[in-house]
Write a protein that binds this ligand. Structure first.
Ligand code: PBG
Length: 324
């Protein structure tokens, strides 16, 4: 007897679909990025990124409380400095906007994890993620400044530091610096497989971090490289002491997330970046798609591919939707 196999039996009702789903999104999965600017009493909408704001360190407290009450376990802080220079020295100013914001958040909402982006592009006058020597990014000198920056964040109370610069060996230098200064408990989430992507456009506007000359292709990865290069980057970061590794962007690199999850035993984070975020917002604004459904579909895809942690500007909304 040739009975048909009826796949539709398991799709017959919402309860049945819920039961067999397997891939579920939870507030636990999300990290919400925040932008810290100098000054006081500032909460200014970011033009290039819908529903995102620049917060001064005093104003970020209320926002952090709201995020924690929504059930999101962590925020990722980006900073805008008062001044830029050739060495990005404002990045390790113990009284900079990020450092102040860390102290304020940890005091007001101690259980909310504070992750800090460790990079120089918003702090250097070149807009590059490292410092320049002889018209080149000086890898090892940059690592020293990145480590100073990570230490400054740890001293302010950051739970996790997240280097996003893509210099070689920076995770090891940061780990050593943290350990030698009594911060063995500060974790590292490494932007390990970070690609030179067109999808960072809206963010660079928000962080005022576009390179003044050239591009980031000598340090960020080439999208057309085989996934093996991404695996090697991740492997090196784990060997140097990364506790969590990241693939970035997310939607355009689901294959990399998938392979990283198959291969490594550390938690895998994926960064659903600003351009990916604004693509959906822009399409929804033109009534081309159902925004909420499209957001869920893409977040689910990132989770299904293997991400344990999703860094997304949609986090607050997604968590409210999930709760309903
Ligand atoms: C800094 C950094 C960037 C992003 C996160 N950290 C931009 C870049 O590399 O130019 C992008 C985040 C986003 O687009 O949402 N190096």
């Amino acid at each position: 007897m040739n009975l048909p196999i009826r796949m539709r039996r398991l799709r017959a009702s919402e309860s049945m679909r819920r039961l067999v789903r397997g891939v579920g999104l939870s507030a636990d999965n999300f990290v919400y990025p925040l932008f810290v600017c100098p000054g006081t009493k500032v909460k200014k909408p970011i033009e290039s990124m819908e529903n995102c704001f620049h917060f001064s360190p005093d104003m970020i407290i209320e926002e952090a409380k709201e995020i924690f009450e929504l059930g999101i376990p962590a925020v990722l802080l980006f900073g805008l400095p008062e001044r830029k220079d050739s060495t990005g020295s404002a990045a390790f100013d113990d009284n900079g906007p990020v450092q102040q914001a860390i102290r304020n958040i940890k005091k007001a909402v101690p259980q909310l994890l504070v992750i800090t982006d460790v990079c120089l592009c918003a702090y250097t006058d070149s807009g590059h993620c490292g410092i320049i020597k002889d018209n080149k990014i000086d890898n090892d000198a940059s690592c020293e400044i990145l480590a100073k920056t990570a230490l400054s964040h740890a001293k302010a109370g950051a739970d996790v530091v997240a280097p996003s610069d893509m210099m070689d060996a920076r995770v090891g230098v940061i780990r050593k610096t943290l350990d030698e200064n009594g911060f063995a408990d500060t974790a590292i989430m490494a932007y390990s497989a970070k690609y030179a992507s067109a999808f960072y456009g809206p963010f660079r506007d928000a962080a005022q971090s576009s390179p003044v000359f050239g591009d980031r292709k000598t340090y960020q990865m080439d999208a057309a490289c085989s996934a093996k290069q991404a695996m090697r980057e991740i492997e090196l970061d784990i060997a140097e002491g990364a506790d969590i590794v990241m693939v970035k962007p997310a939607i355009a690199y689901l294959d990399i997330i998938y392979q990283a999850k198959q291969r490594f035993d550390v938690p895998i984070a994926a960064y659903y970046v600003s351009g990916e975020y604004m693509m959906i917002n822009a399409a929804a604004k033109q009534n081309l798609l159902d925004r909420k459904a499209a957001v869920f579909e893409t977040l689910t895809a990132i989770k299904r591919a293997g991400a344990d942690i999703i860094i997304t500007y949609f986090a607050k909304e997604a968590v409210k939707w999930i709760a309903k």
